[in-house]
Design a binder for this molecule. Sequence first.
Ligand SMILES: [Zn+2]
Length: 258
Amino acid sequence: MKRTSLLLLAGVAAVVGCSSKETHPYLHKSEKPKAAEWGYTGDIGPSHWGDLSPKYALAKDGKQQSPIDIRGAASADLPSLAFDYKPSRINLVYNGHTVEEMEDGKSSVTVGGKRYTLEQFHFHSPSEHTINGRHADMEMHLVHKAADDTLAVVAVMINEGAENAAFAPVWDNLPSKDMAKREASATIDASALLPSDHGYYRYMGSLTTPPCTEGVHWMVLRTPIALSRSQIDAFRAVIHGNNRPVQPLNGRAVDTSR
Ligand SMILES: [Zn+2]
């Protein structure tokens, strides 16, 4: 417990260090260097995000926020997810909020005729979404953007199980607070990280981090993947507790593919 608290404190410190960079590495290209410091605990934690900056107002005023608890999803004829993922060079960053692999723009997913380019993927521990009130050990977010800037996030739940060799190129190069960026000649093929069954839950939500922008198409895969205990612990040695609590549904529909 004590160790976790220290790690979280260090994470918050790293966020402060991050704020002087030209662009925030965590997705938001429009988020300029003056973006307010935020974190996951204390007076910069999730319940305060909406008050930290006018730019984060949606965190408290939004009606379509993420993550959510998924339950009672309605079966629907949803379009299949056509993944076209290709190997990308390892380009990892620890930004104080997560560990993120920045992709080279050659991978995409097409949903209902619309193509979304894979920008980056990153992890939360424990999961942000819950299914019937239950957290998974971790959650992977594959963040995509269409040509019209529409965002689509594919979420994959991760539970403790067998060692997962597909993650080795990323896990062998996990950044740390001391070495926030890691590049390697090795490649990671994001398609190898997905479960074989692409059935999914769909709903409209938001980014789960400030500025909590809405209009995000969420596709949460129903089938979880596994990481070993030691793989989960290796990630948690970098960061743990980087999950925003679930948000009110406010009447939104949650569908599940047939
Ligand atoms: Zn995320």
